[in-house]
Design a protein around this ligand. Structure first.
Ligand code: NCD
Ligand code: ZN
Length: 428
């Protein structure tokens, strides 16, 4: 048995915030006891993690990661991505389908489901909404769901044709699976990855305006209201989009949205300081947008904190702004960015923030995870909410494209436990 003693258990689902000893037997939680009260049950060979001064919470769940396998394993593969997840306190991650080949066919999905089996954390897969991300013809969503796709998305490539989105939503509703949408209307984009305005002018690119996001957010919320499909508006970056989602959510419970740590932590100014490391789709925008995202997190317009972990190689990110790929890694800094920029300034309580990293994402994907209870799976993160550390380049990820390198953050993951096994220890 494994014991976690004297930790402060914060479980958003049960609204628990209390000191407990937790006992784990094989992959499940066998007991939760007031500290010291069950010491007589402890056996000689039991492992004990002393968690005094630490928070014990459900293992984090990320609804948006890119693990690059197959096709781009020089950036990341399933194993390095899973190691990065474990180091960040994550026990479940949901991979996007923009691999090579794209996950729009049985063979690629079957390969990935097989690959996920030996990983230290739960790696789940989405499949593409449209064949080849062409935005024209739906994939065999029935067949792909049967093979284990937990949801569908063309993330990375917005779907321009409204009738295709409508058709996909009807199918998703029938299959009871969520759809995730990357919202940037290509018709209004000068160039992806940098907010259109003074910063795009300064770095010499045409830029991506917020309105390109707003129009597709409005369209897809309207389609979701009409069809009843469960949707996730991905990586929301515009304040107007937050307001649109807020208004649309008042009309239907099937609309959900995610925000990334980069969008609640940084503004477009980061492009001037960090160059291509701050190039991301949709782009970092203005302080007003950032504050609107924080408001959206506070009033639950935004349900999830998702990393959009998007590894790219050093060589790719060393290119000039217009040719470097968009995206940044995020799994190993997300919890600390949430604590540093949401909890410590008083925007969200720790439990409220953790809700968006555990129970809410579990609900969207119908997962039996994201909570701590006797009989439930032993997926846990143990962290110090007060320890400061400086982000280095030594990530578990194969990539190191983070604009947060060199920043000092508060909140450090100490242990990650998945399926009752310690899959990460700080310092190892
Ligand atoms: C992502 C990637 O690199 O796959 N890039 C990004 O800038 N966010 C794709 C995506 O999530 O849209
Ligand atoms: Zn995207």
């Amino acid at each position: 048995m494994l014991w976690i003693k004297n930790g402060r258990l914060v479980d958003p689902k049960s609204q628990t915030d209390q000191f407990y000893d937790i006992c784990i037997e094989r992959e499940r939680i066998a007991g939760i006891f007031p500290p010291g009260s069950a010491d007589q049950k402890q056996g000689e060979g039991d492992e004990v993690i002393e968690a005094a001064g630490l928070i014990v919470a459900p293992g984090l769940i990320d609804v948006h990661v890119h693990f690059r396998e197959p096709g781009f394993t020089y950036k990341e593969d399933v194993a390095t991505g899973a190691a990065s997840a474990a180091a960040g306190g994550y026990t479940t991650v949901i991979c996007m389908a923009n691999t090579k080949p794209i996950v729009d066919n049985e063979e690629t999905l079957t390969y990935l489901r097989e690959r996920a089996k030996d990983m230290p954390v739960r790696v789940l897969n989405t499949a593409a909404i449209t064949k080849g991300f062409q935005g024209k013809e739906l994939t065999d969503m029935i067949g792909l769901k049967a093979l284990g796709a937990v949801g569908f998305t063309d993330d990375g490539v917005p779907i321009a044709d409204t009738s295709v989105v409508m058709e996909a939503m009807k199918m998703a509703k029938a299959l009871n699976v969520p759809l995730s949408f990357h919202e940037e209307d290509p018709a209004l984009i000068g160039s992806f990855g940098v907010n259109q305005g003074p910063v795009s002018v300064a770095v010499g690119v045409a830029g991506a305006p917020a309105v390109a996001e707003d129009v597709l957010v409005a369209r897809d919320c309207a389609l979701a209201l009409n069809t009843g499909a469960e949707i996730d508006i991905q990586h929301i970056s515009s304040g107007t989009s937050v307001a649109i989602v807020r208004a649309m959510k008042a009309l239907g419970k099937n609309i959900h949205a995610e925000a990334t740590p980069q969008h609640f932590s940084l503004t477009e100014e980061a492009v001037l300081q960090k160059g291509t490391l701050a190039r991301v789709n949709p782009p970092l925008r203005t302080e007003a947008d950032r504050l609107a995202i924080i408001e959206g997190l506070k009033d639950d317009t935004i349900d999830y904190i998702a990393t959009d972990h998007a590894p790219h190689s050093k060589e790719e990110k060393e290119k000039e702004m217009k040719s470097a790929p968009s995206g940044m890694i995020g799994l190993e800094t997300a919890l600390a960015l949430g604590i540093t920029n949401l909890v410590k300034p008083g925007h969200l309580t720790l439990s409220h923030m953790l809700e968006k990293l555990t129970v809410n994402p579990a609900q969207l994907y119908h997962l039996d995870a994201g909570y701590v209870a006797v009989g439930g799976l032993a997926d846990l993160v143990i962290f110090d909410e007060n320890e400061s550390w400086t982000v280095g380049e030594n990530f578990k990820s194969r990539a190191s494209n983070s604009p947060f390198i060199g920043d000092t953050l508060t909140g450090k993951v100490k242990y990650t436990i998945c399926d009752g096994k310690v899959v990460y220890r700080d310092g190892e």
